[in-house]
Structure formats: structure tokens, C-alpha cells
Design a protein around this ligand. Structure first.
Ligand SMILES: [Zn+2]
Length: 425
């Protein structure tokens, strides 16, 4: 039956940034079929009671199962965090653990209004199961997760089969980084991406140490090295891009490259602040990721939008360097574009029904002088009162409507942490 959401402030995120007051959205199956003023029509009626209806957030860089490691390894710079804390824990992960970590991460995302996530982590078949059970939309990274995988067309086809469990899952080809993978792995991904028309992703220019290491070894920046590997010859997402100079940006703007910026992870691990203003000025598509909860420490796109906007203002002494509309676009439509969708990230006819409702009647959202400014600078994830993905309500008023039991998932996660014994590593 048709779902009809009435009496909403619709933040469309369309090309004109239209806002429709007293608006109505109609959904047939998983698709938006009407966006406009209130009108009489039959269906399952949801009264938005003057709340905001907007596209769900698209998180373009995450490591869901790392939710198990939230709060572990704090106050470490990236290298120590990775080598001294994360790697030893990952060695102790057993089959089945990542399902629970990924499910917990997805439940947090759904509660925070994220409807699509791009994930890159070990045991991705378990992440795919978590996606099926929770109802989120996902791009799941396959390829060189640790850097030790030997890639071939047969290997990648086999991995592709493992994750292709439902229509909400799309694959994304992944090499962890230039410092953990070698040229042959990037070249194999290039071939597979072109043959099957898939998007690729890797971590790039996250820390000064990475840029120095790569430069000393290859006499090139990470961006220039990736270009020389042909990695940019088909669409790709580069995670972080904190330390990109003018020459790097000149290279990036020539290709179909999206940046996945992860501002809070870059602050927590002491990595730096990405030059988002320069990317946007050069028409490079910037999207937002949360990174994993082990370096964030929550999966909250409101926090990331706030930082993506206001860090640029602070660093550049320029309040309008990145606007609140820019930040909202990064978190919705630009993320959808990065992941290869042309029907996601907007409230518009023919677009996928991935929709969230924001309660505007709480003190932190009143009054509304400017909807965009309230959403980026005043709104909190607790204002999300409904999350709809693919035309189905998966979260409403503090309750999940998924094929998982929240308490059971949390209990399993705590048992895993007890077994791994994080205090004695
Ligand atoms: Zn990452």
C-alpha cells in the first residue's frame, strides 16, 4: 500500500535546494512518487506534525565491525593506533564476531538517520548478513582488505558472490592503502572495475607520515602514485585526503574522483584537517564518512557535517568557506553520487524512498530561522525520530523494526570483547 507522509517541512536537497512547507511525500514500494503540497490521497498516512522530512544520510566511508573497538586505543596517533591497538585486536577476531560488530554499527547508523553506508572491513560476508537483517542500504568493499590478499578475477568474482545477498547491497572494490598494498593489487582492481563497471576506493593521504613514507619510496605523493597506477581511470572514492597539495588537487580535478572526508577521525587520531574548501572550489565531489567507531567514536553524520563546515571556517578565517547547504549536500546527494547512484540522496519523484524525519519541536531546533543552519549547527542525532529505507520504516520513536534484537546484539558484542580481553593486550 502507498505510504503518505503529510504535514512536513520537506528539505528536498534538489538542485534548487527547495523547501516545501505543509508538504507531502508519497511512496509506492521503494520509490518516491509524489513530492508537493498536502493533498487528499488514500494510503497509510503518517502525520509528520510539522517535522522535517529529508533524505537519509549517505556515509561513504565506514568500518562497521570496528564498532566492537569503540573507545580503545584513545590518545594515539594514527600509526600507533593502527599497529599497536587495532591490528592485535583484529588478529583475535573469530568467525562470526564481525556480524555482531557490524550489526551494532548499523543499528547506531539507522538511529542516527544514516540510510546508506559504504563499508570496508574484514569478513565482509558477515557484514552483508548484517545488512540483510537490519534493512540498511550498503556498498560493501571487497578486495585487498588487509593488503595480504592475492587478487585475481576468480578471487574477486568469488568474493562478489559472498556479499550479493540482496538488492540493497552493491559491491565496491577496495585496496586498503598504498602503504599496505602493492601495485599489482591496484592494477587487478582497475581491470575488474572496468570490466564490471564498479567503483573503487582506498585510503589516501590520511597522515603526514603516509605522505612522507610514499614520497621517500616512490618520489611521488600518494595521489600522484595512484594516478600513475591508473587508479583514477574509472570512478573512485578516496578516503581522507587530509594532506593534498595544489599539485594533488590539479590531478584530482581531472578525474571522476570523490573524496570521503572523515573530520572527527582525523581530529581524534591527530591526522589533520582536509582542505575541503579547495576541493569544492575545484569542483571535486566531496562526500562524508564517519570512519569506524574505533576512531570517531560514534557513527554520527550530524557531528561530521558540523565539523566539515566549521573547521574550514576556523582554519581559513572565513565563515562562508563551506556553507551549511554544502555540508548537507556532502552528507546526502554528493554521497549518493560518489557511490554511483543517480536516484538516491534527494526527496524527488523517482528517487529511492530513503527518508528520515527530524523532530523540530525540541528546544534545540526552535525557532527555525533557517532550516539548513538548524540541521547542521543545531540538530542532534537524537532529533531523528523516523528512518525509512527502501520504502520500509526500520526505526521510529526509539524502536527498531529489523530482524535483529538490539539487546541480543549488545550482549554478543560484550562477550566478544570479554573473550578478546582488551585490557590485557
Ligand atoms: Zn578508514
Amino acid at each position: 500500500m502507498k505510504i503518505v507522509i503529510k504535514n512536513a517541512i520537506i528539505v528536498t536537497m534538489n538542485q534548487n535546494n527547495d523547501i516545501i512547507n505543509n508538504g507531502q511525500v508519497e511512496i509506492d514500494n521503494n520509490t518516491i512518487t509524489y513530492v508537493g503540497n498536502n493533498r487528499e490521497v488514500k494510503g497509510e498516512i503518517i502525520d509528520a506534525q510539522g517535522n522535517i522530512i529529508m533524505p537519509g544520510f549517505v556515509n561513504t566511508h565506514c568500518h562497521l565491525a570496528m564498532t566492537l573497538f569503540r573507545g580503545y586505543g584513545e590518545n594515539s596517533n594514527f600509526k600507533n593506533w593502527w599497529l599497536d591497538y587495532m591490528r592485535p585486536l583484529e588478529e583475535k577476531l573469530e568467525v562470526g564476531d564481525c556480524y555482531y560488530g557490524a550489526t551494532l554499527g548499523i543499528l547506531e547508523l539507522i538511529k542516527n538517520g544514516v540510510t546508506t553506508v559504504a563499508d570496508f572491513y574484514l569478513h565482509y560476508d558477515e557484514t552483508a548478513r548484517a545488512v540483510v537483517d537490519t534493512g540498511i542500504r550498503a556498498n560493501i568493499g571487497i578486495g585487498a582488505i588487509t593488503g595480504r590478499e592475492v587478487l585475481s578475477e576468480d578471487f574477486l568474482n568469488n568474493e562478489l558472490n559472498k556479499i550479493s545477498l540482496c538488492h540493497r547491497i552493491k559491491p565496491i572494490l577496495y585496496a586498503h592503502s598504498l602503504y599496505s598494498c602493492d601495485e599489482s593489487q591496484f592494477l587487478e582492481l582497475n581491470k575488474f572495475a572496468q570490466k564490471y563497471n564498479l567503483i573503487k576506493s582506498t585510503h589516501a593521504s590520511e597522515t603526514l607520515m603516509e605522505v612522507g613514507t610514499i614520497y621517500n619510496k616512490y618520489n611521488k605523493t600518494p595521489i600522484a602514485l595512484l594516478e600513475s597506477y591508473g587508479f583514477f581511470d574509472s570512478p573512485c572514492i578516496l578516503a581522507h585526503c587530509v594532506h593534498c597539495d595544489k599539485e594533488d588537487i590539479e590531478i584530482m580535478k581531472q578525474y571522476d574522483i570523490s573524496v570521503a572526508t572523515n573530520p572527527s577521525s582525523n581530529l581524534i587520531l591527530g591526522s589533520g584537517i582536509a582542505p575541503l574548501y579547495s576541493f569544492i572550489k575545484n569542483n571535486i565531489n566531496v562526500s562524508i564518512g564517519t570512519d569506524g567507531a574505533a576512531s570517531n567514536n560514534n557513527l554520527n553524520m550530524f557531528k561530521e557535517m558540523y565539523l566539515a563546515d566549521n573547521l574550514q571556517a576556523g582554519v581559513l578565517n572565513q565563515a562562508q568557506a563551506v556553507t551549511t547547504i554544502d555540508a548537507l549536500k556532502m552528507a546526502t546527494i554528493r554521497g549518493a553520487i560518489a557511490l554511483g547512484y543517480n536516484n538516491l540522496g534527494r526527496i524527488d519523484n523517482g528517487f529511492l524512498a530513503d527518508i528520515i524525519m527530524i523532530d523540530v519541536h525540541r528546544p534545540n531546533m526552535q525557532p527555525i530561522n533557517n532550516v539548513f543552519n538548524n540541521l547542521v549547527n543545531a540538530c542532534e542525532s537524537n532529533n531523528v525520530v523516523m528512518t525509512m529505507i527502501d520504502g520500509k520504516i526500520v526505526y521510529r520513536n526509539d524502536k527498531f523494526y529489523c530482524n535483529v534484537d538490539y539487546n541480543n546484539i549488545v550482549n554478543h558484542c560484550n562477550k566478544i570483547i570479554e573473550r578478546i580481553d582488551t585490557k590485557n593486550i
